[in-house]
Design a protein around this ligand. Structure first.
Ligand code: 0O2
Length: 222
């Protein structure tokens, strides 16, 4: 059963819906923490720098429904607003993003509904991030409800840009002067260059460390 079916059956209160989305956030958050811990345990490396979770505000939900041309009802909200429960994974390098997306895709109790790769295909604004819409089963006392969660995966640099751009855009309510949009796109380009530079540097550091270790081992045997 999904959230919309559950609402059609009997439950139509805002509190119940928010309870479900909160439960879904907890499930996904715990899952991601375990994946991160396992990765650290095996590879001595953290792919996730930090995790943020949020429930979309009622004002933003209503705005989105209006933008899509739907009336504001609980049924429309669970059917058409996919990011009511949102998890943001922030990592160091772009390579971590795809590694995490693959790990999430392999979780047998998560269903990947859709994927949007705004890293390979950035938005007009310059926005970059990897989005996955998943459903997670929430086990209640008498039923199981598949609940949607949007997972956004991005680097620290992408997160820095997106957070500031979001604030600036909100100040203009989407109608920023052209030169501001242009400069934000330019800043997004700088962020991409920085991400690329840090990725290359990290590769160089790992290679240098590996050859140093190899040389030290060789020295021990002689
Ligand atoms: P907030 O405040 O973060 O909740 P869909 O969800 O598929 O029906 P939508 O909304 O176009 O359609 O989905 P998309 O493109 O996956 O974007 C959803 C979220 O991604 C946004 O939620 C933002 O969090 C983020 N996002 C998308 N585009 C941009 C952008 O240009 N700049 C920034 N800073 N963030 C962006 P909300 O509802 O807009 O906001």
């Amino acid at each position: 059963m999904d959230t919309a079916e559950m609402i059609r059956e009997d439950i139509d209160s805002w509190e119940t819906v928010i309870f479900l989305y909160n439960a879904a956030l907890k499930e996904v958050n715990t899952k991601l923490e375990i994946l991160n811990d396992e990765f650290r345990h095996i590879h001595k490396y953290n792919p996730i720098e930090y995790i943020k979770t949020r429930i979309k505000s009622p004002e933003s939900i209503v705005k989105k429904l209006k933008r899509y041309g739907y009336e504001d009802s609980i049924e429309n909200m669970v059917s058409y607003v996919n990011d009511i429960a949102g998890v943001r994974l922030v990592c160091s390098f772009t390579s971590d993003i795809y590694r995490l997306a693959e790990m999430i895709g392999k979780q047998s109790d998560l269903t990947v509904v859709s994927v949007k790769d705004y890293i390979k295909h950035p938005k007009e604004s310059g926005y970059k991030s990897f989005h996955m819409l998943v459903t997670v089963p929430i086990f209640l006392s008498d039923r199981v409800v598949d609940t949607k969660v949007e997972i956004q995966i991005r680097t620290i640099a992408m997160d820095f840009w997106a957070s500031l751009e979001h604030k600036i855009y909100y100040k203009f309510e989407g109608n920023a002067p052209e030169y501001i949009s242009r400069e934000l796109r330019e800043a997004a380009g700088i962020v991409s260059n920085l991400d690329e530079k840090m990725l290359q540097l990290n590769k160089a550091i790992l290679e240098a460390k590996a050859s140093q270790e190899k040389a030290e081992k060789g020295y021990e045997y002689n």
